[in-house]
Ligand binder design. Sequence first.
Ligand code: GLN
Length: 195
Amino acid sequence: APRVGVLALQGDFREHLRVLTSLGADAVSVRRPEEIADIDGLVIPGGESSVMDKLSRAFGLAEPLRAAIADGLPVYGTCAGLIMLADGVLDAIAGQQTLGGLSISVRRNAFGNQLDSFETDLAVPVLGDPPVHAVFIRAPVVESVGDGVTVLAHLDDGRVVAVESQNLLGTAFHPEVTGDVRFHEYFLDKVRASR
Ligand code: GLN
């Protein structure tokens, strides 16, 4: 079984561990730099990207993760995890850094206060029918997409909320809380293909 890490510094990492385990992956928490060498793929969960950034630097994880991403490690980021994978962040906290790797810029908390959290059905052509029931919680959106990045889903108003680029996958929403495991399966296919 592929060994898939979940960055477990902060946020809803337990839900991802549960989904990955249910799909037959050997899912493990990642909190220390040494643990990165042992994994075939990594999920970065939702939470608060500015806190995840601070903790990943404080625990010496940021540099080895950047190196692993540059080396082709498959990584799936959801919500705050998508922000961590973005090369650029709009409305970041002062001094906030990301791991980067995805040639996109994202806007944090893009839905503002009125529409902080919402759910909608999203067409995701690579996953087929039915549409994905997507849960957005203080979510970012992808504001611009660079070379090599494929848009996997957008809202009715055109705003981009799921992307991939080679080994990297990102969603602005939280498939780990809905019981629809197709995004995790799609990611595990990437992990198996790159092993
Ligand atoms: N608003 C959070 C951030 O900026 C993301 C929210 C989430 O992960 N559900 O990191």
